[in-house]
Design a protein around this ligand. Structure first.
Ligand SMILES: [Ca+2]
Ligand SMILES: [Zn+2]
Length: 263
């Protein structure tokens, strides 16, 4: 009897300790979420009725300190894969105007180089509209974060290491049109505007046009795919250039949304 009482007491004590641990852990996790929330998380901002937002994270292929991932050559036929997935939005017929925060462009890249690389990235998608004026360079902005603020901003900002770039798209759930889009590149990683061609070049840095072409695929309405030779593949690597040119799935996806002629 005495042993049984002691056993019950020990079990009760263990249960109490465990409960306390769970409660403390839960409180700590809430605290850390609040800490992240304080860092301008666009997903936590209240939105007007009928507007939704989606976030896309472009991830380095290998997440290690000071590692830019592994650039791989295109697998024969890999670019021909007809895979795509579409999001519930499209850009309206009048197109979209983007602005660049030039003050955030990384050292080693001039503002005009960055603007030109981003312009080339938009050009990869220009076939979606019969109107050649569809993506408008709206000049500079001083906006420092992704936010529903009336500006389609492209900028660099220090993000956590597991992110190369992130894109936010706000869309109207009734019309299915893009309301706004912002892309943020991680200033904690090295960037380059490469003059090389092919699949892989400067392994020590991320090619801006390569990563931007992927991000802008989200602007026009494409989701990620798990086909590594397509532009909408969700991982990126240092020196990678192959996302600059679209694969068959990227084009098919875009034309599925816009009803365009294949380029
Ligand atoms: Ca914005
Ligand atoms: Zn992405």
């Amino acid at each position: 009897m005495k042993v049984r009482s002691m056993l019950i007491a020990v079990m009760a004590c263990c249960a109490l300790t465990l409960s306390c641990y769970v409660l403390v852990s839960y409180a700590q996790s809430l605290g850390s979420e609040r800490a992240i929330a304080a860092d301008d998380d666009p997903l936590l901002h209240p939105l007007p009725p009928g507007i939704r937002v989606r976030a896309f994270i472009h991830t380095p292929r290998v997440v290690q300190p000071n590692h830019t991932g592994i650039c791989k050559e295109t697998v024969p036929g890999g670019d021909e894969l007809e895979w795509y997935d579409v999001a519930p939005w499209r850009i309206g017929p009048s197109g979209i105007t983007w602005k660049l925060n030039e003050s955030t462009v990384p050292a080693g890249i001039s503002a005009s180089q960055a603007r030109s690389a981003i312009d080339d990235a938009f050009s990869a998608w220009s076939f979606i509209s019969p109107n050649p004026d569809f993506f408008f360079d709206g000049g500079k902005t001083t906006i420092k974060t992704a936010k529903l603020d009336g500006t389609n901003a492209i900028l660099w900002k220090k993000l956590r290491a597991g992110i190369l770039g992130e894109t936010y798209v706000w869309y109207d759930t009734v019309t299915g049109l893009v309301v706004e889009a912002d892309s943020v590149f991680n200033s904690a990683h090295p960037w380059v505007v490469s003059n090389a061609s092919g699949d892989c070049s400067d392994f020590d840095a991320y090619d801006l046009q390569n990563i931007a072409t992927h991000e802008l695929g989200h602007w026009i309405g494409l989701e990620h795919v798990f086909a590594e030779d397509l532009t909408m593949f969700l991982f990126g690597a240092g020196g990678e250039l192959k996302k600059r040119s679209l694969g068959v799935g990227d084009v098919l996806g875009a034309c599925f949304i816009y009803g365009c002629d294949m380029p």
